[in-house]
Design a protein around this ligand. Structure first.
Ligand code: ATP
Length: 292
């Protein structure tokens, strides 16, 4: 039997870091939302006692470094599963881009294996696996819009955002999340108003959401990737209503509710950068749920 799951990317509408904890993690407060740009994760049982992982792109690790592989490994161990699994990941989400592609693949693998092996995992069981893999996996299990606190693993749901378009522009460089956080430690931080973003989301106030977009990591990554500032300025001139770098970057997103403006942004940025996507928000995890 084969199980398919969608693994949607996320963007951060507000990202604040409160400080470095004694355990080495950073304490964060983030408002995140999933978007309609998804990898596709396919899991199939195999009789051999082994995890076989293949990805559509050659630069994605296919061993224990892959977060989806780690998810399968942890689940097999915890539930004493003797059969193996073949995992195929069709990548669409840009890698090391601040869009949590790897974390979303891991979350999709947890959901897929829960179904494939009829494990009847509760949300808590899935979260227990998620936190062992990475801080963003818990949010990716949840999807939609939420406040993530702690090291990112404590999730409080928020209402869906008003409908809008998201235009994503990824400069031709990748950044290391760990390095960005280390650099953040050494700099004077600029803090966004996370509470104001939460209120804007609760009030379904699109213009206020655009005004409150903020990311304490953005000035850190901009120092290394000057293109981010240029992309932001270009998007502003074309008419994006709100613009921000997502996560640790370097992807920049622009929001607009007008389809004509989305088209202008997409076309304008396409001539500027190779990797440009125009997508909608993804309200909830509408799983592919296809059994073959
Ligand atoms: P975040 O926003 O959570 O910081 P990101 O979007 O910056 O994440 P990812 O695309 O998740 O970054 O990739 C970060 C690193 O993780 C890559 O360098 C890659 O080698 C590794 N990785 C592990 N598993 C995967 C996967 N399934 N897909 C892509 N990258 C993966």
């Amino acid at each position: 039997m084969k199980v398919l799951e969608k693994a949607p990317a996320k963007i951060n509408l507000s990202l604040d870091v409160l400080g470095l904890r004694p355990d080495g993690y950073h304490e964060v407060r983030m408002v995140m939302t999933t978007i309609d740009l998804s990898d596709r994760v396919e899991c199939e049982s195999i009789p051999q006692d082994i995890i076989l992982l293949h990805a559509s792109e050659s630069y994605i690790p296919e061993d224990g470094r892959n977060f989806a592989y780690q998810a399968a490994d942890l689940i097999r161990e915890k539930y004493g599963i003797k059969e193996g699994v073949r995992i195929f990941i069709q990548k669409k989400i840009p890698v090391a881009a601040g869009l949590a592609g790897g974390s979303s693949d891991a979350a999709a693998t947890i959901r897929a294996l829960n179904r494939l092996w009829s494990l009847e995992m509760t949300n808590e069981d899935m979260q227990e696996i998620a936190v062992q893999i990475g801080s963003d996996v818990a949010f990716c299990l949840h999807g939609g819009t939420a406040l993530a606190t702690g090291r990112g693993e404590i999730i409080d749901p928020l209402p869906d955002l008003p409908p809008c378009w998201v235009v994503l522009v990824k400069p031709d460089v990748s950044v290391s999340t760990a390095q960005v956080y280390r650099d953040w430690d050494d700099q004077e931080a600029v803090h966004p108003n996370v509470n104001a973003m939460i209120s804007a989301v609760q009030n379904h106030d699109f213009q206020e959401i655009c005004r409150q977009l903020g990311n304490t990591l953005e000035p850190v990554t901009v120092k290394k990737v000057a293109d981010i500032a240029r992309i932001k300025e270009h998007m502003r001139q074309i008419g994006a209503e709100g613009i921000l770098m997502s996560g640790s970057g370097p992807t920049v997103f622009g929001l607009t509710q007008k389809e004509s403006r989305m088209q202008r942004l997409f076309n304008g940025m396409k001539g500027y950068c190779r990797e440009v996507h125009a997508v909608r928000l993804s309200k909830s995890l509408d799983h592919l749920s296809k059994y073959e």
